[in-house]
Design a protein around this ligand. Structure first.
Ligand code: ZN
Length: 98
């Protein structure tokens, strides 16, 4: 599945529910999913659990993009399509980031 297909799938499944929830509460839900991913990683959960949590995070990011009328593929391509968004290299050659 391509990124634009994932975003469209989340639109078809959840857009009306996402609209009722609103942007602010959807942002909060996205943070909650990131916390669940962090917990799963730190607890040493198995790979399938990590996969599931990452899928949830991406699904919520897609929902946010749909609510904010952002095409994630275009946004990602614009920002990272030519390499690192700061130094422009692939791989990144920035010296001041971990
Ligand atoms: Zn860089």
């Amino acid at each position: 599945m391509e990124l634009h297909e994932a975003q469209d799938l989340m639109r078809r499944i959840y857009l009306e529910r996402d609209r009722r929830r609103g942007v602010e509460r959807t942002i909060l839900r996205t943070f909650q999913e990131l916390a669940e991913l962090s917990d799963a990683f730190l607890k040493g959960d198995d790979h399938s659990s990590i996969n599931s949590e990452l899928a949830d995070v991406l699904a919520w990011v897609c929902s946010l993009a749909n609510l904010l009328d952002v095409d994630l593929t275009q946004a990602l391509t614009k920002k990272y399509g030519s390499g690192c968004s700061r130094c422009g290299h692939t791989p990144c050659e920035c010296k001041d980031t971990p």
